[in-house]
Design a protein around this ligand. Structure first.
Ligand code: C5P
Length: 421
């Protein structure tokens, strides 16, 4: 599954490290959080510094580590109130029994306990402690208080402990923790998109990639489509609040987070899945797939043996998926793509009319720098209703940016359609 890193790269995390042997895991945690694009600042208690040095965290986070509350020099940089306001999340990992007790009582006698009181960001604690200390009534009482105060407690795992005991108290692995943080921000972003996104509540179906038309059990006819544009559009539609189904031919791309993917091979299978999706309900149909125009008339049951200097394979026309969907009674808003090598605008506008589409996005695949296997694209978009045709040029940009511009164009067109005349 692929995640949209733009969601996490704008987020700021304070990772607070307290005294405990699990502090060594926090060094890896910084790396994993940075891998997701988070901006990470590290705060350390005095106890933490007995286990691992601030220099380690400074090198990994790329920022000076915050250790003191009443340090004039540190306060003249980013003071504790500023730091508390800066954060989108305060993650305490490992959280010692001592810091849980301080949080629960509202003490403010060091930097971390003060930050806890001063921030209105969500607070997560990942307790890591000896199993006896974890089970102690005072610790459990403090945890209960913290949960009541709205703190998210990441339960420790069970297993062998550094002190030789076996039981509850191990800090979860850094990979798990970083993943949970990343998922949290994605869910938060999704909730906003579902309410306010450009395609909030819309059901979008996207065809993508090439199709494979079998010749015999081991051979097929296909094309060079990588599916990148369709996958980028699926991610952009999801980010805009839509419910997205991607019907894709064989490609080597990860499914974007949140997108439902149906894997197909031939054009006939792609059409079948598209019709089924139409039955289930579809508001916008986007055809980015490079569907093979022809398929083999009679697929050989067994591998065709080498014989003679020539081999003739008879081809028959495949159904036009986007045109078929556009003819249905329950017709969604229809978006097609056109890849041309010449007379681009003329051919694209012709296809818009011939296939009865609402919008067509076309690009010049004769240009080596854009199109098919490239990561960049430049497009011209035509919209049409029964009265007029409109043109919009999209600048050369990454397929992600083009996908975003297309989402805006689709949203504009849909909203225009819904305006009373
Ligand atoms: O006719 P042409 O292949 O150039 O049209 C391109 C557009 O039509 C694309 O949106 C493509 O996904 C769609 N198409 C289709 N089924 C076909 C051929 C093309 O949906 N059999």
């Amino acid at each position: 599954m692929s995640f949209d890193l733009s969601v996490t790269s704008s987020k700021k995390i304070i990772l607070a490290v307290t005294g405990g042997i699990a502090a060594y895991k926090s060094a890896i945690l910084v790396r994993r959080l940075k891998d997701f694009g988070f901006d990470v600042r590290v705060v350390m208690t005095r106890g933490a510094q007995a286990f691992i040095t601030p220099l380690t965290f400074q090198a990994l986070s790329g920022h000076p580590v915050h250790t003191e509350l009443l340090d004039a020099e540190a306060e003249s940089g980013m003071g504790h109130i500023e730091l508390a306001r800066w954060a989108d999340l305060l993650l305490v990992a490992p959280a010692s029994c001592d810091i849980l007790a301080k949080f629960a009582c509202g003490l403010a006698d060091d930097l971390l306990s003060t930050l806890y009181l001063a921030t209105n960001a969500p607070v997560w604690v990942a307790p890591a402690t000896n199993q006896q200390m974890w089970a102690a009534p005072a610790t459990q009482r403090n945890l209960k208080t913290l949960v009541e105060d709205g703190v998210h407690v990441i339960m420790p795992a069970s297993g062998s402990q550094a002190c030789g005991d076996v039981g509850l108290g191990r800090m979860p692995e850094p990979e798990d923790l970083a993943y949970q943080v990343m998922e949290y921000f994605h869910k938060q972003q999704r909730a906003i998109a579902e309410k306010f996104g450009l395609l909030a509540g819309k059901r979008v179906v996207i065809t993508a990639g090439p199709t494979r038309e079998a010749i015999d059990p081991v051979r097929y006819i296909s094309n060079h489509s990588t599916g990148k544009m369709g996958f980028a559009l699926a991610a952009a539609c999801y980010a805009a609040g839509a419910k997205v189904t991607l019907i894709s031919g064989p490609v080597s791309l990860d499914t974007p987070n949140g997108v439902k993917r149906l894997k197909v091979s031939s054009a006939i299978q792609m059409l079948d899945e598209s019709m089924q999706m139409l039955d289930k309900g579809c508001d916008i149909f986007i055809a980015t797939a490079a569907v093979a125009d022809y398929r083999v008339a009679e697929v050989a049951e067994h591998k065709i043996k080498k014989a003679g200097d020539e081999l003739a394979v008879s081809l028959i026309k495949n159904p036009d998926i986007v045109a078929t969907i556009a003819q249905q009674e329950k017709r969604p808003f229809m978006v097609g793509f056109a890849a041309e090598t010449r007379n681009i605008e003329e051919y694209a506008a012709g296809k818009l009319v011939a296939k009865k589409l609402d919008m067509i996005a076309c690009n010049d695949v004769s240009r080596a720098d854009i199109g098919f296997a490239s990561d960049e694209n430049a497009m011209i978009v035509f919209f049409a209703d029964q009265y007029h045709m409109e043109k919009r040029e999209l600048e050369k940009a990454s397929k992600q940016d083009i996908a975003q511009q297309l989402v805006e164009a689709i949203s504009d067109a849909i909203n225009q359609e819904q305006q009373p005349v």
